[in-house]
Design a protein around this ligand. Structure first.
Ligand code: HEC
Ligand SMILES: [Cu+2]
Length: 486
């Protein structure tokens, strides 16, 4: 290489520009090995895992056909002590099931929307080359499945997410996960691998306010998060849920950020990342303290644990860590290594402060048992909650609807004309052409799985809001329609 010094500048320039030419006409992928040309042999079922676990490494296996089945499940979960939230999940967890592939795999993806769900969903995988990353082929109503297929072309760690309107709301409710595409031959071997994904959440009540908290659209638009967490809840990676390793082991974290809004300054207190696959791609940075993970992006970080102790994973936008939940723990056990670290190990320095996080006695007034007559005010309150959880996604916060897609419930002549018909629509869904306030809609509303009390409350709320005719609906009215032959 020292010879290079004696080559005249002009020739160097010539060499450099001809190299440029070469790399411009043949693109980078073509020079490597055109991934679209990688042949697959044999078919396997995809192994899917819930966080913080990941499927087995691909190792040296060749490209294969992979059958992948994922079920979307809407379910109530715990955000933090005493605070419940209705999560929308890919595979039953937030983040969704981890998908592990290698370059050249051909994935046949079946996305099912559980019959008990209330909303249609789809999936956009950032690892997919094609319209909407699969979203245009996977839009699926409750009770149905859709199958589409793709070939993985670029190695890396990619986010997937739901892309059904209102997109921000579907992501905010937990509809994201990671898909890893390993390079030919697999990633280098490590001792421990874990799956961590950050997300921000927006609740009607403020941080820590107990009870079942509905999603708050306005706070989401304002990017005013009540919770910023790893793996879907405040305690998903602390205490007994901490991830673990032994002294001397190498740890690889697959870290994603679902957003919907906030960028993560991912940091492990007391560790230095030996390697960071920047943005989950192929460029490796070394000796990094904090790595930036964009919303809708990811990074792979690796480090060797040299000393025992509890290492704290944080978003170094530090109020999020100590006040909104973005805090996890890695427990490392083993022999002390005094040369690397010694000192009094003080317990309890780094814990969530949780100033506003309160405990709540377990007596959440379950609305489904022992139905008692509710006053108008009680129905309005309950109805408002149900509306935010169940109807708002389509009919919008003030019942204004969305042009060409979801009819308005505000000032709706169609609604006000016939209470029984409205009950029937909520119970059984609605399709075919209807005219609301002079505008035609021809779409599908899926049936809503609600109790008689819930239907009565939500419709009473709708009828007594936004200029409607103030009808009051009772559970008995709903029972009558539910019992009617269809
Ligand atoms: C997945 C989106 C979606 C959800 C969730 C949804 N709706 Fe609908 N709704 C629609 C669509 C689409 C139509 C129009 C159907 C058609 O074109 O036949 C509709 C029509 C209606 C209508 C009749 C038209 C009108 O504007 O008056 C009423 C009443 C109604 N919905 C009430 C509700 C209530 C109450 C909830 C919550 C319990 C709800 N909907 C949840 C999509 C939805
Ligand atoms: Cu969705």
């Amino acid at each position: 290489m020292t010879k290079l010094r004696f080559i005249p500048i002009g020739i160097l320039f010539f060499l450099a520009s001809s190299m440029l030419l070469v790399s411009c006409d043949g693109d980078k992928k073509a020079v490597k090995k055109n991934p679209t040309k990688i042949e697959t042999t044999g078919t396997i079922a995809a192994e899917l895992t819930a966080p913080p676990h990941v499927p087995a490494p691909v190792g040296a296996r060749g490209a294969k056909n992979i059958k992948l089945e994922m079920v979307i499940i809407e379910k109530e979960g715990t955000m933090t002590d005493g605070v419940k939230y209705v999560y929308w999940t890919f595979g039953g967890s937030v983040p969704g099931s981890f998908i592990r592939t290698r370059v050249g795999d051909e994935v046949e993806f079946t996305l099912s929307n559980h019959a008990d769900n209330k909303l249609p969903h789809n999936i956009d995988l950032h690892a997919v080359t094609g319209p909407g990353g699969g979203a245009t082929s996977s839009f699926v109503a409750p009770g149905y499945s859709k199958t589409f297929s793709f070939k993985t072309l670029n190695p890396g760690l990619y986010v997937y997410h739901c892309a059904t309107a209102p997109v921000g709301m579907h992501i905010a409710n937990g509809m994201y996960g990671l898909i890893l595409v390993e390079p030919e031959g697999g990633l280098p071997k490590v001792d421990k691998e874990y799956y961590i994904m950050q997300g921000d959440f927006y609740t009607k009540g403020s941080t820590g306010e107990p009870g079942l908290q509905p999603f708050d659209m306005q706070k989401a638009v304002d990017e005013d998060a009540d919770y910023v967490v790893f793996n879907g809840s405040v305690d998903a990676l602390t205490g007994d849920n901490a991830i673990t390793a032994s002294v001397g082991e190498t740890v690889r974290l697959f870290v994603g950020n679902g957003g919907p809004n906030l960028v993560s300054s991912f940091h492990v207190i007391g560790e230095i990342f030996d390697k960071v696959y920047i943005e989950g791609g192929s460029t490796i940075n070394e000796d990094v303290q904090t790595t930036l993970i964009p919303a809708g992006g990811a990074a792979i970080v690796e480090f060797k644990v040299d000393v025992p102790g509890t290492f704290i994973l944080v978003d170094h936008s530090i109020f999020r860590a100590f006040n909104k939940g973005a805090l996890g723990m890695l427990n490392v056990t083993g022999e002390e290594y005094k040369k690397v670290y010694s000192g009094v190990i003080q317990e309890g320095i780094y814990h969530p402060e949780g100033g506003t996080i309160q405990n709540m006695p377990d007596g959440k007034a379950a609305s489904t048992e022992a139905p008692k007559a509710m006053s108008l005010a009680e129905k309005m309150e309950a109805g408002k909650n149900i509306y935010s959880r169940t109807c708002l996604a389509c009919h919008q916060a003030s019942g204004e609807g969305i042009a060409n897609a979801f009819p308005p419930l505000a000032n709706s002549d169609y609604l006000n004309e016939d209470v029984n018909r409205a009950i029937d629509i909520v119970l059984n869904g609605k399709s075919g052409e209807i005219t609301v306030n002079g505008t035609k809609y021809n779409s599908i509303m899926t049936r809503q799985t609600l109790t008689n009390e819930e239907v009565a409350s939500v419709l009473t709320y709708v009828y007594n809001s936004w200029g409607n005719n103030k009808s009051e609906v009772s559970p008995a009215d709903v029972a009558k329609i539910r019992g009617a032959v269809h």
